[in-house]
Design a protein. Structure first.
Length: 448
């Protein structure tokens, strides 16, 4: 990390008050607050460059995932791949995912969760329906205009990188309708702010909106597990299948599964990944992605063992000592528990009883809602600061950081290119084990 700019208390106060006073009247996250830092979170230039170049790797990974699923469904790759990825999904959604209309469609926003560990970056998961787009756009814009003395930090993505990036993914669509479900209502204020910045072509809608016109585009801000509560979802997907409107992310639950990283590590697929990603991209992903397993209770042959763990049965996971349980167990996808910090269990932080229950739940629910197991790389301590408005002073804080870059994919097919719009840093106090948004967290943009 790079040293943060040194501000006097008066300079920090002026910057922090400017940031707080710039908050939209309706806020950005419904009912959510965070601590305000007077300056952005600084990254070393080489580190910032690494994050910017990661977008190309992740886009190629998504292309490879799309091809792998399709070939598996067609019987040209192992059938267990599509079987795993289809578990728990209704037949109608599987049919949509396999529809020729969406054959080559990929999510046009890619957001990885990057933990800063003592050994570098750790990419713990990918989010194709991410929150925080409007928030990061606002942070980039607001910190770019804050009164920070020279040398001013350069916000990654620039003041309007998030706004331009989001606008670019819809091509020449006449109107863009951002469909925010009730389940995602927390994020409606940030998307309303973002739409206002983009002008009259953009509007935030709810699940009752049906007045789509040919040539429009829809941004799907709802998870596919929630379709029964999104009244206009069927209309959106039908119009998109008929090529009357464009929709992103496409109705393909494969991209909402955390088990993709387990497939990346599966040795039976090594040849496929090497061919589709190339040696360089594959090596880079494996250096960033923690080893991940799918917790499939299917019995192993007597001489079989789960790679890396050397277990012969998932039940043995419960007998591991607390020190051995530097592992995260989490819901893979297609579930109300599969986003945020819900459905996430850190083995070393749980009692034997609670860990055993989490393992039993994973095994018992595999055929409805698979879980994945992932090595836990503890986030390193970083230095940050936040402004205490009651005491009118800057408070230093040691914490653990998650970086969320937002890559926007403009263009079609082989011409599609990722553009980094910005990077959101979430820093929680050092005693927190899992990094996620909370009132005690400092949330701020990154700079180089």
């Amino acid at each position: 990390m790079q040293a943060a700019p040194t501000l006097t208390n008066d300079e920090a106060a002026a910057s922090a008050h400017h940031i707080r006073n710039s908050l939209p009247a309706n806020g950005l996250f419904a009912g959510q607050t965070w601590r305000i830092a007077p300056a952005p979170f600084p990254l070393a230039p080489a580190f910032a460059k690494e994050i910017e170049s990661l977008g190309r790797v992740l886009l190629q990974f998504y292309r490879a995932v799309n091809l792998l699923y399709r070939k598996s469904a067609e019987g040209k790759m192992p059938g267990w791949v599509a079987h795993w990825l289809d578990i728990g999904k209704p037949a109608e959604l599987i049919a949509l995912q396999r529809s020729p209309a969406f054959k080559n469609e990929l999510p046009r926003v890619i957001r990885p969760d990057l933990l800063l560990t003592e050994h570098g970056l750790s990419v713990t998961e990918l989010d194709s329906v991410p929150g925080g787009i409007g928030l990061t756009a606002w942070l980039n814009q607001t910190y770019s205009s804050a009164q920070i003395p020279d040398p001013r930090p350069e916000i990654l993505g620039g003041a309007d990188g998030m706004i331009r990036g989001f606008g670019s993914i819809f091509g020449d669509a006449t109107h863009v309708h951002v469909i925010v479900s009730d389940e995602a209502a927390t994020y409606r204020p940030e998307m309303q702010w973002l739409a206002e910045q983009l002008g009259a072509r953009f509007a935030v809608r709810d699940a009752s909106y049906t007045s789509f016109a040919v040539g429009d585009a829809a941004y799907r801000f709802f998870e596919l597990f929630d379709l029964s509560n999104v009244a206009n979802a069927r209309q959106i997907f039908d119009l998109a299948a008929e090529h009357k409107i464009r929709v992103t992310p496409p109705p393909k639950p494969v991209f909402e599964e955390k088990m993709l990283f387990a497939l990346l590590w599966n040795r039976n697929l090594h040849g496929f990944w090497r061919q589709e990603l190339g040696e360089g991209f594959l090596a880079r992903l494996k250096s960033l992605v923690p080893y991940t397993w799918i917790v499939d209770p299917a019995p192993l042959p007597p001489q079989g063992a789960i790679p890396e763990l050397n277990l012969t049965d998932w039940q043995q996971l419960k007998t591991m000592s607390q020190r051995e349980r530097e592992l995260i167990l989490k819901v893979s996808g297609f579930s109300e528990h599969a986003w945020g910090a819900r459905g996430v269990f850190l083995g070393s932080d749980l009692s034997h009883e609670d860990w055993s229950k989490a393992v039993d739940d994973a095994l018992q629910n595999f055929e409805r809602s698979p879980r994945v197991l992932q090595r836990f790389h503890k986030p390193a301590l970083v230095e940050t600061q936040w402004f205490d408005f009651e005491k009118n002073e800057t408070v230093p804080m040691k914490g653990r950081a998650r970086l969320c870059p937002y890559y926007f994919i403009a263009g079609d097919g082989d011409a599609a290119r990722p553009q980094l719009g910005g990077v959101l840093a979430t820093i929680v106090p050092a005693d927190k084990k899992i990094v996620h948004g909370m009132s005690d967290a400092v949330m701020l943009p990154c700079s180089a």
